[in-house]
Write a protein that binds this ligand. Structure first.
Ligand SMILES: Nc1ncnc2c1ncn2[C@@H]1O[C@H](COP(=O)(O)OP(=O)(O)O)[C@@H](O)[C@H]1O
Ligand SMILES: [Mg+2]
Length: 354
């Protein structure tokens, strides 16, 4: 098939004086683009890279691909990951992965948590701040964890994100409000292990955006392939990182990633994480691929809490969590990338035409 690979390359991103040094940390490197192109080509596809910015409206109409492999994170706006898919839908061009509503939702952590809470899925108690001096809800107890509402790749996340008193909270709130110009999410700090579960596939129809409560609840995992959970080996990182999967670990120290995959968990624990991953995938309306980040609460028998769902998980062949998990399952990088494409091809019913 003729595939357009759509991404936002770090080196093509706009720059301006005084911009934050982590501004484009979630965008992709040429290495990742080359790797994805190579993977798709190895399965016989003809691949063209298109930058996912304003030029895309013209370039995609000119190229007329059969399908797009979309990993665009977007540049600006509170729904930036949803912008390219919106253009593709206007042009009626098929693409891999989740659609507009899901990408906009998942980029907004508080909105996602409201959906999870509605479905009684476990996510840390939280409060959103638009000003640094808003009163703290009486049911929010220190220590708390402070992070931007709509960033990724650990942007704005450091050891200082853990706040133990009012003063630390207010300082951190002010810093993040100034730097990221968006509401700040404050959560109960979940002390414990750091685990992430990747998944490829699609839920088999019919899919309502709710979690079934009956004895057949387990069926919501049907159609999904779960990779073995990856645990970030926090003990191997400098103490200054505070036991948190920080921006520094994800960017500066990315090539020297310390992890356990499969994570040392019991069968029951893995089953529960998989069920929660499927439930999150379902209620947020994900398609083809996603990765759910958890913290396991050390103070409560390692009960899992959902931190977020990533419908566009990183695909750097060397160190992205999803790629390591796929490797842990014995998959090659080529298999992972092509499985994502094939899921979309199937959903759109494109295979008969090729
Ligand atoms: N409520 C929390 N309690 C403890 N650690 C947290 C909490 N929220 C986030 N973290 C830490 O910060 C990291 C990044 O948070 P996450 O919500 O996954 O954002 P990102 O989009 O940057 O990955 C997590 O992997 C975890 O180490
Ligand atoms: Mg995360």
């Amino acid at each position: 098939m003729r595939v357009a690979l759509l991404a936002n390359l770090k080196k093509n991103a706009p720059t301006w004086p005084g911009m934050s040094p982590d501004q484009w940390d979630d965008l992709d490197s040429e290495k990742t683009i080359q790797a994805i192109m190579g993977a798709l080509e190895s399965h016989g596809h003809q691949v063209t890279f298109l930058e996912g910015d304003v030029t895309l409206y013209d370039t995609v109409r000119e190229l007329r691909p059969d399908i797009c492999f979309n990993i665009c994170e977007g540049h600006f706006g509170d729904s930036r990951e949803a912008q390219v898919p919106a253009i593709l839908e206007m042009l009626r061009v098929p693409y891999t992965g989740s659609r507009v509503l899901t990408l906009a939702l998942a980029l907004d952590k508080p909105m996602t948590k409201r959906v999870l809470a509605y479905h009684n899925l476990p996510t840390p108690a939280f409060q959103v701040f638009e000003r640094a001096n808003e009163p703290l809800d009486p049911d929010m107890y220190f220590p708390l964890f402070v992070k931007p509402s709509r960033e990724g790749t650990g942007m704005g996340v450091s050891a200082d994100s853990i706040v133990r008193d009012e003063q630390q909270l207010r300082t951190q709130l002010q810093q993040l409000l100034d730097r990221y110009e968006q509401p700040v999410l404050v959560e109960r700090f979940v002390e414990g292990r750091e685990v992430t579960v990747g998944v490829v596939g699609d839920l088999t129809a019919p899919v309502a955006w709710r979690v079934p409560e009956d004895e057949e609840a387990r069926r919501i995992t049907r159609g999904l392939y779960f990779f073995p959970p990856l645990e970030v080996d926090m003990g191997k990182y400098p103490i200054e990182e505070g036991g948190v999967y920080t921006n520094r670990i994800k960017v500066e120290l990315a090539e020297d990633f310390h992890y356990l995959c499969p994570a040392p968990l019991t069968e029951e624990q893995v089953e529960e994480l998989n069920w929660l991953t499927a439930a999150t995938f379902r209620v947020t309306g994900c398609l083809d691929v996603a990765r759910v980040d958890f913290r396991l609460d050390a103070s409560d028998n390692f009960k899992p809490y959902i931190l977020e769902i990533n419908p566009l998980p990183g695909l750097n062949p060397g160190y992205s969590d999803l790629c390591i998990e796929a490797q842990g399952a014995g998959w090659t990088y080529e298999e992972l990338v092509n499985r994502i494409l094939d899921e979309a091809i199937q959903r759109y019913g494109l295979e008969e035409k090729s």
